[in-house]
Design a binder for this molecule. Structure first.
Ligand code: FUC
Length: 748
């Protein structure tokens, strides 16, 4: 995090494995003895008694997860920097992931560039001055509390080390200075650069989570990087990063991510104008690409999964410990990974699942006497799975692993990589499905229900006026179980495995409660048509089936879609959507309902009311999930593929009347480009990665060509279909019927 101050620069540091303390499991041993009784109390409506017993026998206190913490701060003290700077610009270039600060002070132009290189595993800061020998500065590391401190570790380098809590990871962070002209020396725990023309600072940080000797690794990384020199480090960083970033382009109306005029219209001004009512379609392209930048920066193969603040946490006691909240937040972080062309960024989440598996098996067996893999609403660096905390509104919810496992399935659906399905996805999905098979019980109507569980993190009002949290068969649970069992059945069939298990799942699936419509025309949040104690609640868990699930579909299940619409409207009427992530989820809901204007209204509100000037999402406070949920929502407005067909421009608002997207991904191995004008699709391209049937739907009739050869066209009022061949790209041309100007323009 680059603060950009002129005289005393502060760079706030994170290393993703720096979590306080160690694992601290807390499966309550009393659970199995009381589980049947809790279930029967809930079935009898004895809410208070059930909740008391559940608290005593399922939660454990006080075993909170430990927080994720910052690595410290790098401080740069500029000598002789007095007076007011002019021509100050601080920027982040999303296309090459380089931040910079430029200003002029006393007639001298100063510049700084900053980047973190995945290629070389160091952070690089380069400082330049417009006069020869014009740079004199001091550098030090702000100590974390309880650190033994920093010391010189070479004539041109300092090193800080410590331990993150009594049984926590040990860490080291080292900084080396390289000057062009001038001199470098250490003094106490400072680095001093004197009379240089330009200078480079290299920083490396490591913990014992990945290496037994973080100190040596830091020194080795610095040694290699300093041998390369700045130009080579920059070129390697840009090449590595832009190979991912450059896969997708998006232009909306007045521009791409740089907007019409990025210099005279900085982001804070664009946000302010938006709040004042201006239209700025390019700002949403920026928000989308910013989400991709953030995911690329916080979640790459080999890193840890992005937590509540990604890797941008500045606090030692961060909100909700900056951990992995897996009743929506962590999942939301990964919604854009596949559609926005960054499937590799999904991998750390799969690593997390694999880390959770051993604990998840133990919790399943100790707490519930079940086989398979369970996790509750929170996890951390260590992959803990126990019921965390004693807050009933969130804690006793055994669906975390199941929902996360659906991400494995989504990764497969997009890329169709069979070996991934066989090796990584299916084994984990199967364990989570197995847990649920053992865990569900049959109610008096023969339905298979989860429980004791809850609808995150809402409360209901029973007909006798009693409020409660714990219940049997909350709707979201049934929807997640449905999605996971269905996915497992399909995966097993694809892999030609586990016939008997598949049969068991099929039988059980038939007894699962389906999304149901309640007395207010809403999707019921619980198995019974209870009222919500908090009707404007930020979680809208009962609409999992609409997004990210697929049981509710805009056109195929119109009654449920209508009930979903009412559910959102009712939540909003009571103040819903007040957190950034909740607003972002609402964007995705409306996009799935193919309501572009509604989706846009809430996307706009996400920027207007739930974004900081640097576009970070505001819960408030800062939480990264809304950035990712918002970016995913934009992708969902442009292209959908959750129901075995590609829907082109399903929810594009009138203010994005013109636009162009390149490189979006769709389930089935398709890569899609789109262009539209006057709100209507003009042309699209679908690249096939497999020999496969393709179905395309769009509001305007289309004709399909392969090079110049006609392939197919839309059936009247419906979709177009054809047999695609792997490696070929199909051109989809929107009909120009009724639009004379457009026809003329395109003929020209
Ligand atoms: C859940 C949400 C909160 C917050 C927290 C991290 O508890 O209900 O709004 O996002 O996670």
């Amino acid at each position: 995090m680059v603060y950009g101050s002129v005289a005393a620069e502060k760079i706030q540091l994170n290393e993703d494995s720096l979590w306080h303390g160690g694992p601290n499991p807390g499966d309550n041993p009393a659970a199995p003895a009381h589980l049947p009784h809790i279930r029967s109390l809930l079935a009898q409506g004895k809410q208070g008694e059930a909740e008391h017993l559940a608290r005593m026998s399922l939660t454990s206190s006080p075993k909170y997860l430990q927080p994720y913490q910052p690595l410290g701060e790098l401080l740069i003290w500029m000598q002789g920097h007095q007076g007011t700077p002019v021509r100050y610009v601080r920027e982040l270039n999303l296309r090459d992931a380089v931040a910079s600060v430029n200003y002029t002070l006393g007639q001298v132009a100063y510049g700084r560039q900053y980047f973190s290189s995945a290629a070389d595993q160091v952070m690089v800061v380069r400082l330049t001055a417009g006069t020869k020998g014009g740079l004199t500065l001091g550098v030090n590391l702000m100590r974390r509390p309880f650190d033994p401190g920093t010391a010189a570790c070479a004539p041109d380098a300092i090193l800080m080390r410590g331990q993150c809590g009594p049984d926590g990871v040990r860490y080291a962070v080292a900084v080396q200075a390289v000057a062009e002209g001038g001199t470098v020396r250490t003094s106490g725990d400072f680095l001093s650069i004197e009379g240089a023309d330009a200078a480079m600072l290299l920083l490396a940080g490591n913990t014992t989570f990945r290496t037994p000797d973080p100190e040596s690794l830091c020194k080795e990384q610095l040694r290699r990087a300093s041998k390369r020199g700045y130009a080579s480090l920059l070129a390697r960083h840009v090449r590595e990063y832009s190979a991912y970033y450059g896969r997708v382009e998006l232009e909306l109306g007045n521009g791409g991510e740089y907007g019409p005029d990025p210099v005279s219209l900085p982001t804070d001004v664009r946000l302010r104008k938006l709040r004042e009512g201006a239209e700025d379609p390019g700002l949403f392209a920026l928000y989308f690409q910013y989400g991709r930048y953030l995911l690329l920066s916080s979640s790459r193969p080999g890193t840890l999964a992005a937590n509540l603040q990604g890797i941008w946490n500045a606090s030692f006691t961060p909100p909700w410990e900056s951990k992995y909240t897996i009743n929506v937040n962590t999942q939301m972080n990964y919604w854009p990974a596949e559609p926005a062309g960054l499937p590799e960024c999904h991998e750390p989440l799969f690593d997390l699942l694999e880390r959770m598996l051993p604990a998840g098996r133990e919790t399943a067996s100790r707490l519930y006497g079940c086989r398979g893999f369970v996790a509750h609403h929170n996890t951390d660096l260590w992959g803990q799975t126990h019921v965390e905390g004693i807050l009933l509104s969130s804690s006793i919810w055994p669906m975390g692993a199941a929902w996360l496992c659906l991400h494995l399935w989504e990764h497969y659906r997009f890329g169709l990589d069979r070996s991934f399905l066989a090796r990584r996805a299916y084994p984990l999905m199967k364990e989570a499905a197995l847990f649920l098979l053992d865990y569900v019980t049959e109610d008096e109507r023969g339905r298979l229900v989860t429980g004791p569980s809850l609808s995150p993190e809402n409360r209901f009002v029973r007909p006798n006026g009693e409020t409660g949290t714990l219940c049997m068969g909350p709707s979201m649970d049934s929807q997640i179980v449905h999605a996971l069992w269905t996915a497992c059945i399909e995966a097993a069939r694809t892999l030609g495995l586990d016939d008997a298990f598949r049969g068991e799942l099929e039988t059980a699936l038939a007894k699962l409660p389906r999304p149901a419509v309640g007395k207010r025309g809403q999707i019921m949040e619980w198995l019974e048509d209870w009222d919500e104690a908090e009707p404007g609640h930020r979680h809208i868990s009962q609409l999992f089936a609409l997004h990210p699930g697929g049981q509710i579909h805009a056109r195929r299940t119109p009654e449920l879609a209508e009930a979903a619409r009412r559910t959102i409207v009712a939540r909003l009427a009571h103040g819903g959507g007040h957190t950034g992530w909740s607003r972002a989820w609402i964007v995705n809901f409306w996009a799935r309902l193919e309501e572009g204007e509604e989706a846009f209204k809430h996307l706009r509100r996400l920027l207007e009311t739930s974004s900081y000037p640097n576009l970070f999402d505001a819960h408030p406070p800062f939480q990264i999930d809304g950035n990712f949920g918002g970016a995913a929502g934009i992708a969902e407005m442009l292209l959908q593929s959750h129901a075995e067909e590609l829907v082109l421009l399903p929810a594009v608002p009138a203010v994005w009347s013109e636009g162009r997207a390149r490189g979006l991904r769709a389930r089935g191995g398709w890569t899609v480009d789109l262009a539209w004008k006057n709100g209507r699709l003009t042309e699209a391209a679908v690249a096939a990665a497999y020999d496969r049937r393709c179905t395309v739907r769009s509001a305007v009739p289309v004709a399909i060509y392969q090079e110049e050869t006609y392939v197919s066209e839309s059936k009247p009022g419906g979709e177009a279909e054809w047999q695609a061949e792997r490696g070929r790209t199909y051109r989809i041309v929107g009909s120009m019927q009724g639009d004379e100007t457009e026809r003329e323009e395109r003929c020209r």
